[in-house]
Design a binder for this molecule. Sequence first.
Ligand code: UTP
Length: 407
Amino acid sequence: MTYEEARAKMAAIGQEHVFKYYDGLSEEGKKNLIRQVEETDFSVLKRLENSAGEKRGVFSPLAAMRIDEIETRSKEFHNAGVKVIKEGRTAALLLAGGMGTRLAFDEPKGMYDIGITKPLYIFERIFENLLCVVRETDTWIRLFIMTSEKNHEATVRFLKEKDFFGYREDRVVFFKQNMAPACDFEGKLFLEAKDRISTSPNGNGGWYSSMCRAGLDRMLADEGVEWINVFAVDNVLQRILDPCFVGATVLEDVSVGAKVVRKATPDEKVGVLCLEDDRPSIVEYFELSDAMMNEKDESGEPAYNYGVILNYLFRLSELPSVADDKLPVHIVKKQIPYIDENGNEIKPEEPNGWKFEQLVVDMIHQLSSCLPYEVEREKEFAPIKNLKGIDSVESARELLKKNNIEL
Ligand code: UTP
């Protein structure tokens, strides 16, 4: 793309101001800016004009497979899961492209040390958990790690330095997720440097398209992988590809298995798995009406009672139909660092603009069936979003101690 073409592209969407510092840039800087204009998809900005939100369908309950049922059938599930893993039909994907802004830690979130008497990194907990399955099944599972342009180098350097915490490096594949532009409340793009438009990772729902862009869908097919366990970086207790979960999902023959935990209170702020227009979906806590909150199932339990914890086992053959353009784009208020009129770098203390994200929860609604698979909250759910309080370093440490994990 030439400078004139780049200018015309931005003029057409009313964003020519991104060239404000162009004349003073080095040749390298000029090239960088033009390349970014060429490569970035700015169509998400249009969503601001029509941001009334997607209209939701009709919700109804979706029964979860509860712990007691799982226990009764545990042998059957476990054997089926071990078989599928041993046959190399499963892979794992760690979503580590997020910015972790709530934790206010400058490095990638996985590098956060939650140890007390010794170092214990978030990434280390994940590798420890995956290694349990490797030992149990005697199979080195293919692990994909999604990073973003913002944290890729730091993540790779750290994990190499730590020898992948005992994991086999040749079984790990990194890829970078796509980026989306960020703008102020009036829709004007921010510059994060004189030669760079502000961008941020495009949300965890972009994982499949980002994997395909990196050519990894072919790798999965070549290796005969049929199921992929997608999970968040910040739950330090979660189990990954645990054979029972794999076996239950495969035997139930669904498009996706989703780990869920029983809600602590009816109004807990978690998304609940249910049906929406007869397809699996997640209803957010603020969308639950009083009637839905009070509805009971036949055993007298709340009908909308199982919250998702961002740990899903997707059947790969169904994913090509879950195209990016079908997923809603969420417009999220965030603190976005930028350079002002005078070229000063500003780090806002309060949200100052919009970011655009697609979310993995929205993929569930594109699929035809889903198994909500209950896990014990105290044993498998210790997310770290904040430093203190709910879902924090503090609360995760308490849970790790309860599970006899040395800190
Ligand atoms: P969160 O929703 O907690 O977002 O991500 P975040 O960006 O990490 O944190 P905050 O909101 O800024 O504090 C849940 C999971 O999805 C991944 C995160 O790395 C985490 O594992 N994620 C999120 C991505 O991989 N890419 C994204 O663009 C966003």
